[in-house]
Design a protein around this ligand. Structure first.
Ligand code: DX5
Ligand code: ZN
Length: 218
């Protein structure tokens, strides 16, 4: 059995106060920060890029783990800038690259951990061949692009399959996860849980974190 880590997504926070929102989440018990990068091309929304990440790293210091969720069309382009900005993990979408193997190698050579994400329409069998080379698989539980969408429970068999095939792989879920859905994710085998609006809109995120003290069987 294991305890899942919680990584708040700051997408739905007050982006005018990004640094203090991150600090608030860390003070409330966040295990890591899930930072959503969108380019207006891979997804129909724009957020921020490496210059903002660099400022966050300066403000927050070396401690917090930054998991970069790269919802961009050319993930190859941002590996070096993100590494230089202080990213710890570079999570790219399988749908966005034609050469996942080369990208995985480049991310490692730039000193970051490797995350590989799949959209709801992508089968987990497509991710399978890469699973032995990555640190984390991200199973999207909404269509990427926006916070506050409904959790897709029918993605749980993907998580289950990955957990069975790759017992020591980090498996992350992202989208629509909150107090009502987190246990399904943990039971399926996810050990890195992203939560955006549920944590952000909570009056007491510390309490929400408490509710997330998931003991899951792995
Ligand atoms: C969606 C993003 C998610 C999102 C999560 O494209 O990747 O990280 O912000 O937010 P909620 O938990 O509100 O779905
Ligand atoms: Zn995300």
């Amino acid at each position: 059995s294991y305890t899942a880590k919680i990584g708040p997504s700051i997408l739905n926070s007050n982006l005018a106060c990004l640094g203090s929102e991150c600090i608030r989440m860390l003070d409330c018990g966040a295990d890591y920060l899930h930072l959503d990068v969108m380019d207006g091309h891979f997804v129909p929304n724009i957020t921020f890029g490496h210059p903002v990440v660099e400022c966050l790293r300066k403000q927050l210091g070396q401690g917090p783990f930054f998991d970069m969720h790269m919802m961009v069309s050319r993930p190859e382009q941002w590996v070096k800038p993100m590494a230089a900005a202080g990213a710890n993990q570079y999570t790219f979408h399988l749908e966005a690259t034609v050469n996942a193997g080369a990208l995985i190698k480049d991310i490692r050579e730039n000193g970051m951990k490797v995350g590989l994400a799949i959209k709801p329409g992508t089968t987990v069998e497509e991710l399978g061949p890469w699973a032995g080379q990555i640190d984390m698989a991200l199973v999207m539980t909404v269509e990427p692009g926006f916070g506050g969408q409904k959790f897709m429970e029918d993605m749980m068999p993907k998580v289950n399959w990955l957990r069975t095939q790759f017992p020591s792989l980090d498996i992350e879920v992202d989208g629509g996860v909150g107090p009502d859905t987190i246990h399904k994710c943990a039971e399926a085998g996810a050990n890195m849980i992203v939560s955006g609006s549920a944590v952000m809109k909570s009056d007491d995120p510390r309490q929400t974190r408490g509710g997330y003290g998931v003991e899951a069987t792995g």
